[in-house]
Design a protein around this ligand. Structure first.
Ligand SMILES: *Cc1c(COP(=O)(O)O)cnc(C)c1O
Length: 334
């Protein structure tokens, strides 16, 4: 399946498109003794890609319901969410404003250049300001607390976003080609992990944290799980208290590889080998760390032999450009 374009803002259409996403068996020697499949949500759309698409489209549906004409959101210079929001705004008829952390550079990142080309208005704010992005006064201080404006938090991490991820979870339950033991995915805010854990009952969910966050992702995920409606399967008999979180969701915090967007040589080498052996492109920030974690865990014998793992390709391939540019500019400086 080649990437297609999401053409309608409609949950039924999104669900139908999600049902067509292929599952691919991975044949290579990086995952000894286990069976690995990957669900290619990077192919959902060339620009509104991966898990961001599910979160974002449900936010845009919310905007439509509220009669909002403008989406305000925030992110860094290479943010997949900013990129997807700019593209989705252009496609579905919303004005978009991106609040970007840090100063405007003379040459914008490829992500922000795309965002501007797609019509997003960029507002650069100092890091101190950006840190307060989840506080209630944030928008009004920027003069953006106005009717007709919908604010989507960084990464699309809100309740509407979680509903989009739950749709993805239902589709995975329905379309999984075999009975998997675990679903592996990369975690940033943890919303995708929470949304999937709250909608999948057939196998457990294992999230690989890509940033050095202490226990904060775990805490956030638990908060989300309390707020999200559970799938039918998780509603056990009366009197049996649901321990859905503990039983079915695991977070692994040992594969951040130095921190968010850190890309050490061993990770670059692994990514190259994986891509050569499988032909599947990864992004350095999320999915490379995810596959690396699965590689190390299986190689170290920490996964029972014969386990059947499904990996979620959550997209983000536009971010690959950041790493090429960084390597280049470092080379030019030397
Ligand atoms: C944002 C992102 C994630 C993390 O999703 P969360 O819901 O924030 O945990 C994973 N993979 C890719 C490619 C992303 O862009």
């Amino acid at each position: 399946m080649s990437p297609r374009y999401l053409t309608h803002l409609d949950p039924v259409y999104l669900q139908e498109t999600a049902r067509q996403i292929p599952y691919q068996r991975i044949h290579c020697d990086l995952f000894p003794a286990i069976e690995v499949w990957i669900r290619r949500d990077d192919l959902l759309d060339p620009v509104i890609s991966g898990n961001k698409a599910y979160k974002l489209l449900f936010n845009l549906l919310e905007a439509e319901e509220q009669g909002a004409h403008t989406i305000v959101t925030c992110g860094g210079a290479w943010s997949n969410h900013i990129h997807a929001t700019a593209a989705a705004g252009a496609r579905f008829g919303f004005r978009t404003i991106g609040i970007i952390r840090g100063e405007r550079r003379p040459v914008l990142s490829a992500t922000l250049q795309d965002a501007e080309r797609l019509g997003m208005q960029l507002r650069f704010v100092r890091r101190e300001t950006y840190r307060r992005r989840n506080e209630p006064e944030f928008l009004s201080e920027l003069g953006l607390a106005q009717p007709g404006i919908l604010y989507i938090p960084e990464g699309g991490a809100n309740l509407a976003g979680a509903r989009g991820i739950q749709l993805l979870g239902q589709v995975i339950e329905e379309t999984a080609p075999i009975d998997f033991d675990q679903l592996w995915l990369a975690c940033g805010t943890g919303l995708t992990a929470a949304g999937l854990a709250a909608s999948i009952t057939r196998f457990s969910v294992c999230g690989v944290e890509v940033l050095k966050a202490g226990s904060s992702i775990q805490r956030d995920v638990e908060q989300w799980l309390k707020r999200l409606p559970k799938p039918y399967g998780a509603m056990r008999e009366p009197g049996c208290t649901s321990n859905h979180t503990e039983a079915d969701l695991f977070l692994n915090s040992t594969y951040h590889c130095g921190g968010y967007a850190k890309n050490p040589q061993y990770l670059r080498d692994f990514q190259k080998v994986f891509e050569c052996q499988t032909g599947i492109p990864l992004d350095p920030v999320y999915t490379a760390k995810l596959m690396y974690a699965l590689h190390r865990e299986s190689e170290g014998g920490r996964i029972s032999s014969g386990s059947r793992m499904l990996v979620l390709h959550s997209g983000g391939l536009q971010g690959r450009r950041g790493f090429r540019e960084k390597v280049l500019s470092k080379r030019l400086q030397n």
